[in-house]
Design a protein around this ligand. Structure first.
Ligand code: KG4
Ligand code: ZN
Length: 354
């Protein structure tokens, strides 16, 4: 089963070819970070238009990198300037199915991927399958691990989401907790913006925090009362108040203290979930899973509990289409194809079991 995955839920235009749900033959990610950086965050209108411009080229690159030609569907149009290697159209479908993120995300961005994927699936005569972006992140957390024991506790932390999930197997999820306000990545981005560090904030805060004193400021750790839910908006406000009171504070110290507070809360809750569930491992996923302190603390917590820590490669943490193809392969085998009438849903929830 060879699946072309397509991801356009936010500001990454991505396409990937994955065999049998886990062998990544190619994964192309075209980031729009430069486009949005001057505005300090993603501008939905610009993101949607950029996806339209990049879609054909990114798909053609993913097919070419996997050694496939574009069949009848891709090539010639848009920016496909010969990147498919001039193999020409064979008339045969290069893949067995096309999967695309259908939510959650920005509606204008999602629609580009969903419509494009349906068009390719129709022209190739192969099934189309819509994928939940969050389920994609869950697959990304485990795609690189051949021997997994279930259940796993997965901490999914991105710019749009902060979820703690019990994953009992592919497709079998129980939501333990989630943020009641800002996502963890959103807190990084907002604090970085306030500190004048640019967008996206996570990588730069991560970098400068390494040279700061994490004990310089005692920022609040919210909802440490036994709940699995998270709250980061008070922390963000506390950073602002602190900098107002200490205008000479070193930015590195503020960043390090902020990061310490975020990671403390994330790891404490994930750790407790592993103990209470008796989980066989602790995974992280989403863009914030690229954070160096979080990775270190998750590894230490898992080692202390004598369970494996699954830390995906950085390319699998941030948005990519290999995770969409992997989740799509499983959904296709489990539920069959999606109808071509399937729309994009900006508020799609993770499909949960009882
Ligand atoms: O998963 P992702 O690529 O996109 C969403 O679905 O949101 O996550 C992007 C988020 C941004 O908020 C970014 O600041 C954050 O992940 N991020 C990080 C790091 N790298 C990316 N946060 C903390 N530390 C990092 N190293
Ligand atoms: Zn994401």
């Amino acid at each position: 089963m060879r699946v072309l995955g397509i991801e356009t839920s936010c500001d990454e235009t991505a396409a990937a070819v994955v065999d049998d749900g886990r062998i990544v033959r190619s994964s192309v990610v075209s980031s729009q970070v430069d486009l949005h950086a001057r505005y300090g965050g993603v501008v939905p209108e610009l993101a949607g238009r950029a996806h339209v411009e990049l879609f054909t080229q990114v798909v053609a690159e993913a097919l070419a990198a996997a050694g496939l030609s574009g069949g009848d569907g891709v090539g010639g149009a848009g920016g496909d300037s010969g990147s498919s290697g001039g193999r020409g159209s064979s008339g045969r479908a290069p893949v067995d199915a096309v999967a695309a993120t259908c939510g959650p995300g920005l509606i204008g961005s999602l629609l580009v991927g969903v419509s494009g994927a349906k068009g390719l699936a129709m022209s190739w005569g192969v099934p189309f399958v819509g994928v939940n972006h969050l389920e994609g992140h869950l697959f990304a957390s485990v795609i690189e691990e051949p021997d997994l024991g279930w259940p796993l506790v997965v901490l999914l932390v991105s710019g749009g989401h902060t979820l703690l999930v019990e994953m009992r197997g592919p497709g079998d999820y129980r939501l333990l907790g989630q943020t009641i306000d800002d996502a963890a990545g959103e807190a990084y981005d907002k604090v970085a913006r306030y500190l004048g560090l640019g967008y996206p904030g996570g990588p730069v805060v991560d970098r400068i925090a390494a040279t700061g004193d994490p004990t310089a400021f005692a920022f609040p750790r919210a909802m440490m009362d036994g709940s699995y839910d998270f709250s980061f908006s008070g922390l963000k406000t506390s950073v602002v108040r602190t900098v107002e009171r200490h205008p000479d504070a070193a930015t590195e110290d503020v960043a390090a203290s902020f990061q310490e507070a975020v990671v403390d809360v994330l790891v404490a809750k994930a750790r407790r979930a592993v103990v209470e569930i008796g989980a066989k491992g602790l995974c992280i996923g989403g863009g914030v899973a690229a954070n160096s302190l979080l990775r270190q603390r998750v590894a230490e917590a898992a080692a202390g509990l004598d369970v494996p820590a699954y830390l995906p490669s950085l390319a699998m943490c941030t948005d990519n289409a290999a995770m969409v193809a992997a989740a799509g392969s499983w959904r296709l085998a489990h539920d069959g194809p999606s109808p071509l009438s399937l729309g994009a849903d900006p508020n799609l929830f993770l499909p949960l079991m009882a």
